[in-house]
Design a protein around this ligand. Structure first.
Ligand SMILES: [Zn+2]
Length: 90
């Protein structure tokens, strides 16, 4: 079993990473490694063992690219409150 090196903070966004065991306090005042904007009490994000920490939105952009991230954002807005099927795309 591999050890997870990432932590998350803020309000859960219902992703697999949002395990209670890995929740940390929001690093308020520290800057996002992607956009440079400091985290505040409303921020949601992920922190890695490398000390890089990102807003949840910024992490999406890093992983899938800005176009797909914008698309996902629209899907989330449209399907707010509804369960989504696992894509299962690897
Ligand atoms: Zn950011």
């Amino acid at each position: 079993m591999s050890r997870s090196e990432s932590r998350w903070f803020g309000k859960s966004w219902h992703a697999p990473v949002n395990h209670p065991d890995y929740e940390i306090p929001i690093p308020q005042g520290e800057e996002c490694s992607y956009c440079g904007i400091p985290f505040n009490s409303e921020s949601q994000g992920v922190k890695f063992s490398s000390d890089d920490q990102f807003h949840e939105n910024c992490l999406s952009v890093l992983i899938v690219g800005p176009e797909v991230a914008a698309f996902i954002e629209r899907c989330r807005s449209a399907e707010a409150g509804e369960e989504q099927q696992e894509a299962g795309h690897g």
